[in-house]
Design a protein around this ligand. Structure first.
Ligand code: FAD
Length: 383
């Protein structure tokens, strides 16, 4: 793998840095306190091309390779994990999955709006009764003439209350295939679909996380994404790439922890000199730095594998596992550098820790990533 960024990759990273400095950083604390990111950010992300990365220009995408996608995701995660998550879901889990699995009609219907930021997408897999055991989901879709009628509840859906379309996973009645799960593209204004915002999150407060309830939601059979009964493969393929995106966001978050810790250590004085002079403070900082580098290298390797058409799912789980745990450690170490000031939200470390904490939980918990990696190494499924 060539670790040197090419001109295009360097330019897109700078574009992302400038965007974050201009459009995100000045608002981060206010959005976190208000529990809502300004929705106008979605259109701005679309205009600058960040919602169309890796998607063909023919469908409104901005092209680019997966390393460029990682670089942008990293910078967004460095700025605000709530905004990063909006992109990781709307582009990473929804638009990219439509691009990979969709019919021509579905691509033309959804991709230009999603990549432009005119539409927001959400990914509806988790349910109140099934999280890690996602394949056991209970939402069901019953064929009725040319339609499917869907009933069920989805939990913790990122972008849920904002979304125009949900990529929804349901057990379809007569599917002969893998676990009988099928994927559907359901417009959120379809009668019978209601949404409830989940408040009181520890972190990612700016994100619109929702519970979706579907009561006799009727969609045409043409709303099915991929073949009937292949929905679990659709979900797993989306998550394999999605985990790289979460990992990249974690690298950005850990980098932000390093940035603020180094700056503060150079300013704060105790025992007659800045705390950067104290060896144990340097230990905290160097631990963050090593975590950042290791997480970044694991993540870039996944991007490189995808761009070269190589298998990447296990490496993506490794990157997500390591980077998410590293982000929590990095933010916690940064908070320690800030002392008591780290505990109040006028200073950035506390938010970084709150935002980092969920990264080891969603898109497969750390335990689930270990089972994925263990299965690949031993050939034995321990799920
Ligand atoms: P459980 O599955 O109940 O797990 C509880 C504990 O048991 C965990 O520690 C887990 O690791 C452990 N465990 C479970 N099974 C095993 C096993 N076999 N071996 C060892 N340990 C095990 N979902 C979506 O579909 N779309 C979204 O957009 C989305 N966004 C989210 C945003 C936020 C802020 C949050 C908090 C969650 C989001 N999720 C989303 C859901 C998320 O993916 C799930 O919370 C996650 O998969 C874990 O499921 P669970 O919460 O039901 O925990």
């Amino acid at each position: 793998m060539n670790l040197e960024l090419n001109e295009e990759q360097t330019a897109v990273r700078q574009l992302a840095r400038d965007f974050v400095a201009r459009e995100i950083t000045p608002h981060v604390v206010a959005w976190d306190r208000a529990e809502e990111v300004d929705r106008g950010i979605v259109k701005k992300l679309g205009e600058v091309g960040f919602l169309g990365l890796t998607v063909d220009e023919e469908y409104g995408g901005s092209g680019g390779d997966h390393l460029a996608y990682c670089l942008v995701t990293e910078e967004l995660g460095r700025g605000d994990s709530s905004v990063r998550g909006i992109v990781s879901v709307s582009l990473g889990l929804v638009a990219k999955t439509i691009a990979a699995w969709g019919s021509e009609e579905q691509k033309r219907r959804w991709l230009p709006g999603l990549t432009a930021g005119d539409y927001v997408g959400c990914f509806g897999l988790t349910e109140p009764g099934t999280g890690s055991d996602a394949g056991n989901l209970a939402t069901h879709a019953v064929r009725d003439g040319g339609d499917y009628v869907i009933n069920g509840t989805k939990m913790f859906i990122t972008n849920g209350t904002w979304a125009d379309v949900v990529l929804l996973f349901a057990r379809s009645t007569d599917a002969p295939g893998h676990k009988g799960v099928s994927a559907f593209l359901v417009p959120t204004d379809t009668p019978g679909l209601t949404r409830r915002t989940i408040h009181g999150k520890l972190g990612l407060r700016g994100q619109a996380t929702a519970e979706l309830v579907l009561e006799d939601v009727r969609v045409p059979a043409s709303a099915m994404l991929g073949e009937e009964g292949k929905g679990f493969s659709v979900a797993m393929s989306a998550l394999a790439k999605g985990r790289m995106s979460v990992a990249a966001g974690c690298v950005g978050l850990a980098q932000a922890a390093l940035d603020v810790a180094v700056k503060y250590a150079g300013e704060r004085e105790q025992f007659g000199r800045t705390i950067a002079h104290h060896q144990l403070v340097q230990e905290l900082i160097s631990d963050i730095a090593v975590d950042v580098d290791a997480a970044r290298l694991l993540t870039w390797r996944v991007a490189d594998l995808i761009d070269r058409g190589q298998p990447f799912a296990t490496e993506s789980s490794k990157a997500k596992l390591f980077a998410s745990e590293a982000a929590v450690r990095a933010a916690n170490n940064a908070l320690q550098v800030f002392g008591g000031y780290g505990y109040i939200d006028e200073y950035p470390a506390g938010k970084l820790l709150r935002d980092a904490r969920v990264m080891t939980l969603y898109e497969g918990t750390s335990q689930i990533q270990k089972l994925v990696i263990g299965r690949a190494l031993t050939g034995v499924s321990a799920f």
